[in-house]
Design a protein around this ligand. Structure first.
Ligand code: SAM
Length: 229
């Protein structure tokens, strides 16, 4: 078994068990501890930045969007609410189940977003825009190129990625470490050099458009919009 396969199985198990409980709370609106609250605020800023970018283009209702690694639907649900056609998927059936429930609460019994339990490497189809937020933290650098290459092949016009940049302090990793209770349930967290990610995007025929950085005390996420040449 390669490291990549191994990591993926661990990540999947984690987000179907303890990780699901913890991240559902962080991404929700109930009581959480201070560190989790800080991460919740930072993550929401990342989501809001991407929504602002897409809304400011003024064509959201015409867009097909793939939200790869959608978690509990933090991005997919508001995008669908704003009129985009959204395909949302995640490797964790528990995360997708929660996203479906949330979508039902917010949007009622409708067929947008379309949710599925899928490893992002198995995603097919073509979308105007592919978005993948805070998933690269689960990919070692050597696997990131393949993963981004696959997402790029699905994106007709644009790919939006966020990742924990390597140049920033290791606090985030330590803090993330605290959320993973024991060695048997631990997933590794990988930071990436921005230059590496940009090179991969350029090699796939994209040019960097808008960029942003979310930094709170315990949450760091670099957001890149890559537009097909
Ligand atoms: N993108 C969501 C957001 O920003 O709200 C969720 C981010 S959460 C930190 C990472 C998510 O990526 C988890 O829901 C996890 O199950 C999912 N994930 C990790 N590896 C994946 C893979 N190979 N394919 C699909 N989803 C994956």
């Amino acid at each position: 078994m390669t490291n990549a396969v191994n990591d993926k199985a661990v990540v999947k198990d984690y987000f179907n068990a303890t990780g699901f409980d913890r991240w559902r709370r962080i991404y929700g609106d109930g009581e959480v501890n201070k560190v989790q609250k800080d991460i919740r605020i930072g993550h929401q800023q990342t989501i809001d930045t991407v929504i602002d970018w897409l809304k400011s283009d003024g064509n959201l209702a015409e867009l097909s969007i793939c939200d790869a690694g959608c978690g509990v639907g933090s991005l997919s649900i508001p995008l669908a609410q704003a009129g985009a056609k959204v395909w949302a998927s995640d490797i964790s059936e528990k995360m997708v189940g929660e996203a479906r429930e949330k979508a039902k609460e917010v949007l009622g019994e409708i067929y947008n977003p379309t949710f599925s339990v899928q490893d992002l490497e198995s995603l097919g189809g073509k979308y105007h825009t592919v978005v993948c937020l805070d998933v690269l933290i689960h990919y070692p650098t050597e696997d990131a190129a393949k993963m981004i290459g696959h997402l790029a092949s699905l994106a007709e016009n644009r790919l939006i990625l966020s990742f924990a940049p390597k140049t920033l302090c290791l606090t985030i990793l330590k803090k993330i470490g605290e959320f993973f209770p024991g060695p048997s349930k631990t997933t590794r967290a990988y930071q990436h050099k921005e230059a590496d990610i940009i090179k991969i995007l350029e090699n796939n025929g994209f040019t960097i458009g808008r960029t942003s950085m979310t930094s709170t005390r315990f949450y760091f996420s670099r957001i890149l919009e890559a537009v097909r040449n």
